[in-house]
Design a protein around this ligand. Structure first.
Ligand code: NZQ
Ligand code: ZN
Length: 385
């Protein structure tokens, strides 16, 4: 295990019927901007409940943050924050709204060059202050509610950013707020959370026993309760476990002291940017193909994954690995996610475009060891056809 620092100050307020506690979570004299997406928050009455629980505070609204939030949209929120002198941001939604709100929190404190926030990759943004923010999660998936990351679309490309200044002050996780989600969004969320764990776990042996076993617990929980949540809107206990798994998958804890491999995410982001495929879905298309291509590279961890996550105890090591990858793909398929590129009308030319775009973005040496080059990306995509 490598040396590490771990810090996570986000207060988690978890469970049903806790929206009324907002009054204790948001500073008493705050002028609040509630940020939300395309309308689900209004349509299902969540916004009214939030306003009621914020009591006598001045509350402004900014709706219309789209999935894969755009820089231009968010800059309108930044203008509103500055003209109205807002001093607390409340994100209500999924990853797109939470990420967008983090961007607004940083950008509102800058007078120019707001796009520079997006050009630091996974190095922290060079900012010294941000507005405080809180999150109310309506879609368990990204873990944005308990981490420092955001992903923003700028000039039709997806740009990640990170800053410790945008750790949410609190995040409220009420499974009831997710009951209105269409099934395909649950599927996307399960796939996203599952693959967040995989990208921190399925690398090379690090003798990081706690991280490995936490990861295996999260994967097993997602395998158990993801499909239940997908198929049964009445099972709140399963939904709670899915929700907490999604947050725990990317709050930093399982990634400390270990190598990480974000290749699937980097390829997936290009597919979203170029073809508009939902984030979680792109990952589910890529991962099985990537694991097959990288079988020898990830051999030891793949055997561990087969034995401990999928309980495959018989057969040769190669058979265990193949079966574990097949089971992983079948798991995504069982959630209604088709894992072939052709289904999304991406052909040879599309694959070439993805690879060319990755080159343009400087994404040329991926994986935990930096040896996953673009010719291998092309092979992975071709095998996913
Ligand atoms: O906009 P509305 O009308 O609210 O509809 C949304 C949206 O269309 C809908 N939705 C959300 N909650 C709902 C609901 N519909 C009904 N009932 C509810 N309770 O769901 C749709 C998708 O929402 P979105 O926020 O885009 O989905 P998700 O949470 O999957 O977020 C995806 C974004 O997060 C980024 C992705 O790149 C993408 O931009 N990521 C952020 C990460 C992070 N901050 O750590 C890591 C991830 O790997 C990911 O890259
Ligand atoms: Zn993700």
């Amino acid at each position: 295990m490598q040396n590490f620092d771990y810090f996570n100050p986000t207060q988690i307020v978890f469970g049903q019927e806790r929206l009324n506690e907002l009054n204790n979570l948001v500073p008493v004299n705050a002028k609040v901007l509630v940020l939300f997406g395309g309308g689900s928050v209004k349509r299902f009455g969540t916004l009214d409940k939030i306003k009621a629980s914020l009591g006598g505070r001045t509350v402004l609204e900014f709706g219309g943050i789209e999935a894969n939030p755009k820089f231009e949209t968010l800059m309108q929120a930044v203008d509103l924050v500055r003209t109205e002198k807002v001093d607390f941001l409340l994100a209500v939604g999924g990853g797109s709204v939470m990420d967008g709100t983090k961007f607004v929190a940083l950008a509102a404190k800058q007078t120019s060059e707001h796009e520079q926030i997006l050009f630091n990759g996974f190095e922290p943004v060079a900012a010294t202050e941000a507005l405080p923010l809180g999150c109310i999660v309506t879609l368990p998936a990204t873990g944005s509610e308990m981490n420092t990351f955001g992903v923003i679309t700028y000039n039709q490309q997806k740009y990640p950013f990170t800053s410790p200044l945008v750790f949410p002050k609190f995040s409220l996780l009420d499974p009831d707020l997710t009951l209105t989600l269409p099934k395909e969004q649950i599927a996307n969320g399960v796939a996203d959370a599952f693959i967040h764990v995989i990208e921190q776990y399925l690398t090379q042996p690090q003798n990081a026993k706690v991280q490995d076993r936490f990861s295996e617990g999260l994967l097993k929980t997602l395998i158990e309760d993801g499909p239940v949540t997908y198929n049964d809107n009445t099972n709140i206990e399963a939904r709670k476990n899915f929700m907490w798994s999604a947050t725990s998958a990317l709050n930093g804890l399982i990634g400390v002291g270990v190598m990480q491999d974000w290749s699937t995410h980097m390829i997936g982001h290009e597919m979203t940017a170029m073809f508009g495929i939902a984030h979680g879905r792109t990952l589910a298309i890529i991962l099985p193909s990537l694991l097959r291509e990288r079988k020898s590279h990830k051999r030891a961890k793949l055997i561990q994954f087969a034995e401990r996550v999928w309980d495959i105890t018989s057969g040769s090591d190669d058979e265990k690995i193949d079966l574990a990858i097949d089971k992983t793909e079948a798991f995504f398929n069982s959630l209604g996610i088709v894992t072939n590129l052709s289904h999304y009308e991406i052909d040879e030319a599309g694959i070439n475009d993805i690879v060319a775009n990755m080159e343009k973005m400087g994404l040329t040496r991926l994986s935990e060891t930096g040896d996953l080059t673009l010719d291998i990306v092309a092979k992975i995509l071709t095998a996913a056809k």
